[in-house]
Design a protein around this ligand. Structure first.
Ligand SMILES: [Zn+2]
Length: 114
């Protein structure tokens, strides 16, 4: 379960369900798509019920609702973004991990705790 950047491996393709829980997903990939189309790195996520407080590496804090159909959920699944936040400095390996993550309706993990 280590995200150690020192071990460079070819990115493993991951599959998640399209209806994966948004909070579990962002807790896993630690990336947030802003309304401006920039990907931010998530420093902290604090979940309280149906809301989560997200803090990015560029020190922005905001609340999000746990909706699979929200803008952010759709943008994450469809990988709609124009660029990467320069202040967040998301490492390349993390972007590759995200790039190798695929969303399928009938195949993949829904990230439920076993
Ligand atoms: Zn940022």
């Amino acid at each position: 379960m280590s995200d150690s950047p020192s071990k460079i491996k070819p990115p493993q393709r991951r599959f998640y369900r399209k209806r994966v829980d948004l909070f579990r997903l962002i807790d896993k990939i630690k990336i947030w798509p802003s309304r401006k189309g920039l990907l931010h790195g998530i420093k902290a996520i604090e979940i309280t019920g149906d809301q989560a407080r997200i803090t990015t590496h560029c020190s922005k804090t905001f609340m999000v609702n746990n909706s699979r159909n929200s803008r952010a959920a759709r943008w994450l699944r469809n990988k709609w973004f124009k660029g990467v936040c320069p202040a967040c400095g998301i490492p390349e390996w993390k972007l590759e991990k995200y790039a190798s993550t695929h969303f399928r309706r009938h195949h993949g993990s829904d990230l439920h705790v076993i």
